[in-house]
Design a protein around this ligand. Structure first.
Ligand code: NAD
Length: 490
């Protein structure tokens, strides 16, 4: 392990942000660095430490060393640390929000919304800490009692994506730390600075050395394979693509490592014939184009009753054409850039693919020239629903509209996917809303709303969208193992 020294920082918008790894309570240099790029103009924002396998293992050493003491910190003391960190987070809101916009490209308004939600998640977990409790029961056939308690699973690896750089680390680390686990966070290489500011806040709040560790790296697969192969690691919590999630699950098998997976989505957005079409169109815009379409819960397929398809489509296209695309720091911007030039090429390929299968382009369809990685908000009307393209997660500012002739057909089309994260249904009839939501094979259903993350809700998916939940009462239990005591009573 490299000797810890004062943190190296980068000047970002006049503020110093640590660009080192954070291991065992110390900012730690790496021999190599990598560039973090602003997707709005292609310019380098900062050079960040590129952690090695050895450094990641040193971070695990630190997490293992801190585990026993951390699990025995009294609930009230642990909650106090959380509350202190929450207050510091709020004081640093502007710095964190601007950093998020700078490295992820999302408009300032969206970054502010993500900040508020992340802080709320952290507060929610703080409030749960003192309320974790077990059960007491009589043995079913014997003179004994059963006391069920919970213990932390142990040191965890938390792997986060770039699309919600603060929410993902706050949601995972909050739950794990509240449960009494120590963590090694692996940031996404596109957005390490937001993670660094979050970890710096926990450091300043007084979280003990080794409880939280942060590794940035460009060699994620090597680093995480080494950590996953170490039997001292007891849990991996991952948010990202289904392919990488599947790889991690196979790496979890040899050591029977506990795993939670928040993976991709193919969200159907169903508009029934009795829906409030203005509300549906407005919510579809948010659900589709937020984060330039790069969200796991985005409306991937908009399925509209054929009787209202023309009217809905006209409203939706008109709203799409009004969206202002630009640098997230421009207060008028509603849609920011795509995360990278490579990802923008993927968006172009998707547009070509839909054109090739005979989909009708209603608006957009082109990249926006310049140094940033911008793409026009795009809408297709699709009639050929059988092509593989219609079943893949787009993760792009491309809306696709399908029609269905009945509620049953809409549900069938919606469920025709390997994914099962978020679905949406718009109708004025509560009976229909409930009937349809019960038949949708998804972990979450938004009824007359296109946004649904909340600290009090168990966020997560089924099928290829993952295992486990983040948020709600369920989240902390993802990081706890039940344990019972059988006590003889004569
Ligand atoms: P990704 O899977 O490429 O990367 C996610 C994280 O995994 C990053 O930190 C990356 O560095 C790391 N990674 C990449 N390859 C790895 C490997 N072989 N081993 C270990 N780690 C590896 O995904 P992405 O492109 O960053 O994010 C987009 C995906 O994430 C989409 O599919 C999206 O739906 C999904 N996502 C899901 C949720 C959810 O809550 N379900 C939330 C946000 C994003």
């Amino acid at each position: 392990m490299t000797t810890p020294t004062a943190p190296v920082t980068a000047q970002v918008r006049g503020r110093e942000i640590p660009v080192d790894l954070y291991i065992g309570g110390a900012w730690t240099h790496a021999a190599e660095t990598f560039s973090v790029v602003n997707p709005a103009n292609g310019q380098t924002i900062a050079e960040v430490a590129d952690g090695t396998v050895d450094q990641a293992l040193a971070a695990l050493d630190a997490a293992v060393a801190a585990q026993d003491a951390w699990r025995h910190v009294l609930p009230r003391e642990r909650a106090d640390l959380f509350h202190r960190a929450h207050r510091l987070l709020l004081q640093r809101a502007d710095e964190i929000v601007e950093t998020m916009t700078l490295e992820s490209g999302k408009p300032l308004g969206e970054a502010r919304g993500e900040f508020q939600l992340s802080a709320d998640f952290f507060l929610w977990y703080a409030e749960q800490i003192a309320h974790l409790h077990g059960t007491y029961a009589h043995g079913s056939r014997g003179a004994y009692r059963i006391v069920t308690t919970h213990q932390p699973v142990g040191p965890c690896l938390l792997i986060t994506p770039w699309n919600f750089p603060l929410l993902m680390i706050a949601r995972k680390a909050g739950a794990a730390l509240a449960a009494g686990c120590t963590v090694v966070v692996k940031s996404a290489k596109e957005t390490p600075l937001t993670c660094a500011l979050f970890v710096q806040t926990l450091h300043d709040a007084g979280f003990p050395a080794g409880v939280v560790n942060l590794v940035h790296t460009t060699t994620s697969s090597k680093v995480s394979a080494a950590l996953m192969a170490d039997s001292r690691l007891r849990k991996v919590s991952f948010t990202g693509s289904t392919g990488v999630g599947s790889t991690l699950l196979s790496q979890a098998a040899p050591n029977i490592t506990n795993a939670s997976m928040e993976l991709g989505g193919d969200g159907p957005f169903i508009v029934l014939d009795d829906a409030d079409l203005d509300l549906a169109a407005e919510q579809a815009i948010v659900c589709k184009f937020r984060n330039a379409g790069q969200a796991c819960v985005a409306a991937n397929r908009i399925i509209v009753d054929s009787r209202v398809a023309e009217e809905f489509t006209a409203k939706f296209v008109a709203l799409t054409e009004k969206l202002k695309v630009g640098d997230g720091f421009d207060p008028d911007t509603e849609v920011g850039p795509i995360i990278s030039a490579r990802q923008r090429d993927t968006v172009k390929e998707l547009v070509n693919g839909f054109s090739e299968i005979g989909a009708t382009l209603l608006t957009g369809g082109k990249e926006i020239p310049g140094d940033g990685f911008f793409f026009e908000p795009t809408v297709f009307s699709v009639t050929e629903a059988d092509d593989d393209l219609c079943h893949q997660e787009l993760f792009a500012p491309i809306a696709t509209i399908y029609t269905a002739d009945s509620v049953a057909e809409a549900v069938k089309v919606a469920n025709d996917t390997t994914y099962g994260l978020a679905a949406y249904v718009f109708t004025r009839n509560v009976d229909r809303a409930i009937a349809v939501s019960e038949r949708l094979d998804f972990g979450m259903v938004g009824i007359n709303r296109g946004i649904m993350a909340d600290p009090a809700a168990a966020f997560g998916g089924i099928k290829a969208s993952g295992l486990g939940r983040e948020g709600g009462h369920e989240a902390i239990y993802e990081f706890l193992e039940p344990k019972y005591l059988a006590i003889t009573v004569n």
